[in-house]
Design a protein around this ligand. Structure first.
Ligand code: ATP
Ligand code: PYR
Length: 795
């Protein structure tokens, strides 16, 4: 067999394979523009990508270089991380940075992007729209020219009562016992002991004796007099007024709820939203959402503006939003736990538990969640964080938040990049620790979804060990099969997001042909979104081309196991595209001119009336691949539990004990049944069926065959003998072959000795006279006196 390099395989396939030429992966699209994606990128100049491009030049010429350059929308940071740390070492928690004066230059933004910033947040409370436009432009430029994938989020000001921002960075200190005037009237200059509020009705409903807390307790006052709308207050706890410091009023230890009086979306917010839409931002974070209405309102607006790819995040930062948490989460595309303002409205000590609960609710409802504010607050001033801050970051990672956010640390602090690298290190470390701890099992005790896609995603990611007898069969897939990466092909990101929700160990590479989906997936835990052109109708082409591309970039090694999940809906009836799951092992291409992958597939999982069937097939059309598929199917009344372990489960256990896979056992014996014919049958059946999850009679037949076979194998009948004998012979043969060079060497060595020393070197027994050894009579050795010296006397 010819020995061929992977590059030449690619070059040849680019030149000759009709499917891959038609498939031609797209160049990277950044905010509507088609641009080239840099292979290799600028990251630390390792330049592996360039070596491959060179190989492509030698083999395929300039056209191929262009294709190789444009072929994969994987961002340079993920690519570098993958090269350095491998699949399982990739960071899963996403990082959001607030952009402010300290980091708004192109160079600083590039450093943040290199440092792992996934999303740049622009707080519309601060600075002008022109300033924000300029930052967005720079981020687009970095994405386009340098191959980054940084999404943009704008954060609305929302309505909240706070100290009017005069633009002065300095803060004012209130001393205990001093008396202050709080007014909404315009103040000239900065008169002492007077503070201007941003909202005229700030004192409505407030009574003498109420407590006024600044920034949730930074300073406290008691209302001693009310004059019109103005309040005269005495400082009871000294502290600082920072720019835009928030007001909250308390009576008898309870918050005087004020936020509901203010509209969530002010005129300014609508103008900012319009600005964001025209700039093509990826996320709009809504401040002070008290119920689901403003979220729905904004989503409708985006729909009308044909801006459906802009995702709406709701910021949970008020008491009201906690009371209506589920409806808000349901209506929005994601949540931000805005701990800064939340801490103003609820007692500090409740923040950790509230954060954990919001994170769990978001996972249950499959919405990404960002934990924000004061993560590394001391780094706004100092170059190192406090230990407590690092512990807080780690706890958010342990709670499996999708993303962590820097605020002032990056916006105004001098150590923004360092703060980002601390987030990165702390999150990677905690992810590893959590995995070691096997917290997944605890995590998965909480059921996440009920719909079929929910449960499929759950089964893919988990080994669902539970005391529940129906779930007692372990479904060894992504985590427990030791899968290195999950590849998912998705249009709107739904399946990628469902997989992410289960927090599997391997990273999820989400291939999508929709740029909006790609940028939105940037916020989801463990998802690495890639922009490629996908075929709706030829899933095989999607799979083989993307695997080949990643393998050829040197990012898939022999032995890597990839789980491939497809969730694309076929567009026409003769299509071979369908929902499928495949597990592929990348084999060493050195001994073959074709890339070989082999699949293994776990057993069957039984939940309610839905099952995942597995089937095995081998397609001659793609000789280089053997694979198993798990077909999604709905089957009624086939899973009555009578207390016995189902044969499929026994079968899988037996295979596992023998270190075998279902494919290796079944494929030869059943080859004739599962070859191309079956392939055609499946395609036809799926194509003609209007129900995506219909069960074919072929599958049922094969399932019952499988049951019989597993029973036979389990009882050590003749059935298992042939493959076992084959296996033993193969093992014996391999063993012999392995020692063959040693045997040859030994023969050569002794032949050389013989030639050198001649015949005298050989010891011929017949030519040498050998005398017999002297005879010793054993009875003489048993003389009385010798025995008596050692043996005890008998009498
Ligand atoms: N675009 C900007 N221009 C100037 N300063 C900014 C900008 N963005 C943020 N800042 C500064 O960084 C600090 C932290 O920003 P951040 O937006 O996280 O907090 P915030 O102002 O308290 O708003 P929010 O309550 O919405 O989080 C702000 O107090 C502000 O001083
Ligand atoms: C981020 C934000 O708005 C807060 O923490 O209040």
């Amino acid at each position: 067999m010819a020995v061929t390099t992977s590059d030449s395989i690619l070059a040849r396939s680019l030149m000759t394979d009709r499917r891959s030429t038609n498939f031609g992966l797209k160049s990277e699209v950044c905010r509507g523009k088609v641009v080239l994606c840099r292979a290799g990128g600028k990251v630390k100049g390792k330049g592996k990508g360039r070596v491959e491009l060179k190989a492509a030049v030698q083999i395929g010429g300039l056209e191929e270089v262009k294709k190789a350059k444009n072929e994969m929308g994987l961002d340079v940071v993920s690519e570098e991380e993958l090269r350095e740390k491998g699949f399982l070492g990739m960071r899963k928690t996403k990082l959001v940075c607030t952009i402010g004066p300290a980091c708004c230059s192109l160079q600083d933004l590039e450093k943040l992007a290199l440092g792992g910033m996934n999303v740049a947040r622009l707080n519309m409370c601060h600075n002008t729209r022109d300033w924000h436009r300029d930052v967005i432009k720079k981020i687009n430029q970095l994405n386009e020219e340098k191959g980054f994938c940084v999404s943009v989020m704008i954060d609305t000001e929302g309505s909240q009562i706070h100290v009017l921002d005069h633009g002065a960075p300095s803060s004012v200190k209130a001393e205990e016992g001093s008396t202050w005037l709080f007014t909404a009237q315009k103040l000239e200059g900065s008169p002492p002991f007077a503070i201007q509020a941003n909202y005229e009705g700030f004192s409505e409903g407030i009574e003498v004796g109420d407590e006024l807390a600044i920034d949730g307790g930074m300073a406290s006052f008691q209302v001693i007099e009310k004059v019109g709308n103005d309040l005269r207050c005495k400082c009871t706890d000294s502290g600082l007024f920072l720019p835009r410091a928030k007001f909250s009023f308390w009576r008898n230890g309870k918050l005087v709820a004020r936020n509901s009086e203010l509209p969530t979306l002010s005129k300014k917010d609508w103008a900012d939203i319009e600005f964001g839409v025209s700039e093509g931002v990826d996320f709009i974070a809504l401040s002070f959402v008290n119920d689901a209405d403003p979220v729905r309102q904004l989503k409708n607006y985006l729909y009308m503006r044909s801006s459906r790819s802009t995702r709406v995040l709701a910021k949970v930062e008020s008491l009201e939003s906690l009371q209506k948490l589920k409806e808000i989460v349901e209506a929005s595309d994601g949540i931000m736990v805005a701990r800064g303002d939340l801490g103003v409205e609820i007692p500090y000590e409740q923040i950790p538990t509230v954060q954990e609960e919001i994170t769990l609710v978001c996972r249950e409802m499959n919405k990404p969640v960002i934990v924000a504010s004061q993560l590394l607050e001391s780094m706004v001033e100092y170059p190192t964080p406090t230990r407590a801050e690092v512990a807080d970051v780690s706890e958010a990672v342990r709670q499996y938040a999708d993303a962590l956010m820097l605020s002032g640390e990056s916006a105004i602090g001098p150590y923004g990049q360092k703060a980002l690298s601390i987030l990165q290190m702390a999150s990677s470390r905690m992810e590893l620790w959590s995995r070691e701890e096997n917290r997944q099992s605890i995590l998965h005790q909480r059921r996440l979804g009920v719909s079929l896609p929910d449960r499929i995603a759950e089964q893919i990611c988990n080994c669902a060990e539970s005391s529940d007898s129906n779930r007692a069969q372990s479904f060894y897939v992504a985590n427990n099969l030791g899968v290195d990466a999950i590849f998912v092909y998705t249009k709107h990101g739904q399946m990628a997001s469902l997989l992410s929700r289960n927090r599997p160990y391997p990273p999820i590479f989400a291939f999508t042909s929709d740029n909006g989906t790609r940028m939105a997936l940037n916020l989801q835990w463990g998802v690495i979104p890639l922009l490629v052109e996908l075929s709706d109708d030829d899933m095989e082409a999607n799979i083989s081309t993307t695997i080949e591309l990643i393998r050829r970039k040197g990012m898939l090694k022999p032995g890597d196991v990839v789980m491939v999940v497809s969730d694309l809906t076929p567009t026409h009836i003769n299509s071979t595209a369908f929902q499928s799951i495949q597990v592929k092992t990348i084999l060493n291409p050195v001994f073959s001119s074709i890339s070989i992958s082999q699949s293994s597939c776990p057993g069957k999982s039984d939940f309610r009336k839905k099952i995942l069937n597995f089937n095995s097939r081998r397609s001659f059309r793609s000789l280089h691949r053997q694979r198993s598929r798990i077909y999604c199917a709905t089957q009624e009344g086939d899973n009555k539990s009578n207390g016995e372990e189902p044969p499929e489960s026994l079968f899988m256990k037996e295979l596992k004990r023998r270190g075998m896979t279902p494919t290796s056992l079944l494929e030869d014996a059943k080859r004739s049944n599962y070859e191309l014919n079956e392939d055609m049958k499946i395609g036809k059946e799926m194509g003609s069926s209007t129900t995506r999850n219909a069960v074919s009679t072929e599958y049922e037949k094969s399932l019952s065959n499988q049951r019989e076979r597993s029973m036979e194998l389990n009882s050590e009948g003749l059935e298992g003998l042939v493959p076992r004998a084959k296996l033993l012979l193969t093992l014996g043969g391999t063993f012999f072959l392995a020692f063959w060079p040693l045997i040859l060497l030994t023969i050569a060595f002794f032949s050389a000795l013989y030639l050198y020393f001649g015949p005298s070197f050989i010891h011929y027994g017949n030519k040498t006279s050998v005398s017999l050894p002297q005879y010793i009579d054993p009875y003489e050795l048993l003389e009385d006196e010798r025995i008596s010296e050692t043996a005890p006397r008998l009498n």
